[in-house]
Design a protein around this ligand. Structure first.
Ligand SMILES: [Zn+2]
Length: 109
């Protein structure tokens, strides 16, 4: 019998300080981050719950990809894309675009 050791990092803060936190209803292992105190899974059954996919959805929206286009590329439903975007913009007041703007238009004050 052989074993594989996989170093698990938190998808939210990338710290390796995680511990096992039980098993969910699908039989998948839950992990708990000791730094940011968030729970996550190593493998997600539903892509809409994956924090990496959620961030990718937001980045694609900020680059002008449509909802159906994003859903097709990431293999998830368009309803899930809308829900992820709604939740993202509800909790984050600033856009998640981290690049530089080529041109900025200043509105009236
Ligand atoms: Zn964390």
């Amino acid at each position: 019998m052989s074993y594989f050791l996989v170093k698990v990092h938190c998808p939210h803060c990338q710290t390796p300080k995680v511990k096992k936190n039980g098993v969910n209803g699908n039989g998948q292992q839950n992990f708990y981050c000791k730094d940011c105190r968030k729970q996550f899974q190593f493998v997600y059954k539903y892509q809409g719950a994956n924090p990496r996919i959620k961030k990718q959805v937001c980045e694609m929206a900020m680059r002008g990809n449509g909802i159906r286009d994003t859903a097709n590329i990431l293999k998830m439903s368009s309803v899930t894309v809308i829900l992820v975007l709604r939740l993202w913009f509800k909790t984050h007041h600033e856009p998640c675009f981290e690049g530089t703007y080529e041109r900025v238009i200043i509105d009236e004050m």
